[in-house]
Design a protein around this ligand. Structure first.
Ligand code: DGY
Length: 326
């Protein structure tokens, strides 16, 4: 009997690929780049399972190109704004993500961006490498204290909570905004639940952890940036379109806020013109989950889900659970 066929849209850790190979006939995109839409549609044709990336749009057209035998698309990411959930549910295709295993890595990168922006690390590093350093000076690269400042968390999911716990090491005061209050979290870190207006007004550091949904697109725009303190730092390691990048460039240029630390961008991999010319922003290329252990664990979840679904079981981390009822 032939084995199920699984396509992987880009190389993931080789241990994960070996595990897939134990169970299935597999093919992996051999090129280190995102497939074009036409390539993706051609490659998924006839597959029983697909492991996709957040850069692959999985919608009705792609699912139809795969064919009616397709059972699962497993995202190698916790975010799944690249999925059309309804289109998959209508076609009986299970969609999964990789929650939990990247909370620490993402929260650590968030805190890293916060510290790097406050202490002007990227700018200072470049200064030294460019041979401009002439010795200690009392006025060079003056940054901001982080200790005992107010950290605002927008979106209290696993990653937002993790950031708050890490920030306690700096004795930061935590305020947060979310659709729901979480009394246990409030007690654990001494956090205060606030509305968005207060979050913007009172945060010294504002860290974004909302999922990308129609309601959270441009959650931070011109109006919100103007409502923030002039000494505030904005951190985004969630999804780029949560921030209006054009408005952010204007605000950073006009010094309406003090700085920003960004892991994600509105039109990755392009940056809003002018962003990379600014000194008061630290920019990294969407690397929040990029540690050896985390990427391996993300692969384990994705592969585990494919193995379960293609052997007739329910996956561990389904994001369109209605499909399991049919
Ligand atoms: C995710 O998983 O959603 C991150 O953005 C990349 O790991």
């Amino acid at each position: 009997m032939s084995r199920p066929s699984v396509y992987v849209t880009r190389m993931i850790p080789s241990e994960n690929i070996d595990e897939l190979r134990d169970h299935f006939d597999i093919e992996v995109n051999p090129d280190d780049r995102v497939l074009t839409r036409d390539e993706l549609k051609a490659k998924v044709k006839g597959r029983d399972g697909v492991i996709s990336l957040l850069t692959d749009t999985i919608d009705g057209e792609v699912l139809d190109a795969a064919g009616p035998q397709l059972r699962i698309v497993a995202n190698y990411a916790v975010g799944f704004n690249n999925f059309d959930l309804d289109a998959a549910t209508r076609r009986g295709v299970i969609l999964t993500n990789t929650p939990g295993v990247l909370d620490d890595a993402t929260a650590t990168l968030t805190v890293t961006l916060m510290l790097a922006t406050a202490r002007r690390i990227a700018e200072a590093d470049k200064y030294v490498r460019d041979g401009k350093w002439k010795g200690w000076a009392p006025t060079s690269f003056i940054g901001l204290d982080v200790d005992r400042k107010t950290l605002g968390i927008a979106g209290l999911g696993r990653i937002g909570k993790n950031v708050a716990h890490k920030a306690r090491a700096f004795d930061m005061r935590i305020i947060y905004s979310d659709l729901r209050r979480d009394p246990d979290f409030e007690q654990a870190v001494g956090a205060r639940f606030v509305d968005k207006e207060t979050l913007l007004k009172d945060s010294d550091f504002l860290s974004l952890h909302v999922p990308l949904l129609p309601e959270t697109r441009h959650y931070i725009g011109e109006k919100e940036l103007k409502a923030m303190k002039r000494t505030a730092v904005l951190i985004n390691a969630s999804r780029g379109p949560v921030v209006d990048e054009k408005a952010l460039v204007k605000a950073l240029r006009a010094k309406e806020i003090w700085g920003a630390g960004l892991d994600v961008f509105e039109n990755e991999p392009s940056l809003e013109p002018g962003l990379a010319d600014l000194d008061n922003v630290v920019i990294v290329p969407h690397i929040a989950s990029g540690t050896t252990e985390t990427r391996l664990n993300m692969g384990r979840i994705a592969v585990g889900n494919v193995v379960k679904v293609l052997s007739g079981k329910a996956p561990d981390t389904c994001v369109n659970p209605d499909v399991l009822k049919t």
